[in-house]
Design a binder for this molecule. Structure first.
Ligand code: URA
Length: 249
């Protein structure tokens, strides 16, 4: 049995409306709990085990929500922004109301796997550099990536650029498509930390510009190929567990 909660709070957390809007809905008889019309906004219920229907639509309450989003290019990874569209704008309001936040950050032009969760402990584990959760990217770069570049990534690059200085940890890289000298290459790279613009800066230190960057895995969890850019779905517990497993690929 989960905790008892006030009905108006529960409906607001489901993103159905503000506290005052949902109170109005309750008073207008639009809400039923377990088949019985609810008239009192202050009544208590066990939200995870109650059948909640508002205006004919059933809502499922879960204490925690974790979703995988296929982040498209052109949206900010932020909880909110005054001017620009953020990843939160791609989810129904319920997710904001339930406290979901991006766990980690992708640049505005980076696409791919982004996790949003209301579970602060999980978010912390995913972004904590000491936990070494591997993040795997596919980078389209201008030029011909070589075995010498792979070896340099593997030994740990010394980054020294206008954004600062640091020693990147050893990173595993693999060529998926080889450039022919004038063309571009597609390179898979796995890093276990998340410094500012890290992947782009690593390639830049080897003389390559990143033309497009996509995150494809976190730990062993892959971006669901059925998700179009901008689409999302909730994760199962098993999938959440995959994120903390070493990516053997
Ligand atoms: N590294 C980058 O340079 N950009 C990202 O968005 C993620 C990792």
């Amino acid at each position: 049995m989960s905790e008892q909660m006030r009905l108006d709070k529960c409906l607001a957390m489901l993103g159905i409306g503000s506290r005052s809007e949902v109170k109005q809905m309750i008073r207008r008889g639009l809400v039923s709990i377990d088949g019985i019309p609810a008239a009192d906004p202050e009544r208590k219920l066990d939200p995870e085990h109650s059948r909640i229907i508002v205006s004919g639509t059933e809502y499922v309450f879960k204490a925690e929500r974790t979703v995988m989003l296929h982040k498209p290019a052109g949206v900010l990874t932020a909880a909110r922004d005054k001017k620009q569209r953020t990843v939160m704008d791609l989810l129904p309001p319920m997710y904001t109301a339930m406290g979901c936040m991006p766990a980690g950050r992708l640049d505005k032009d980076t696409t791919g796997l982004l996790i949003l969760t209301s579970n602060g402990t999980l978010a912390h584990r995913l972004i904590d550099p000491n936990k070494e959760v591997g993040k795997t990217y596919e980078a389209r770069i201008d030029g011909c990536f070589t075995e010498a570049d792979i070896a340099a990534f593997r030994s740990g690059l010394h980054i020294d650029d206008s954004d600062g200085v640091f020693d990147a940890r050893p990173a595993k890289a693999r060529i998926l498509e080889q450039g022919d000298g004038s063309g571009s290459s597609l390179v898979e790279v796995r890093i276990a930390e998340g410094k500012y613009h890290q992947v782009k800066r690593m390639f830049a230190m080897r003389g390559y510009a990143v033309l497009a960057l996509k995150r494809v895995r976190i730990g062993r969890l892959r971006l669901d190929p059925a998700l179009e850019p901008g689409a999302y779905r909730e994760l199962t517990q098993a999938e959440i567990g995959l994120m903390e497993q070493e990516d053997g690929e």
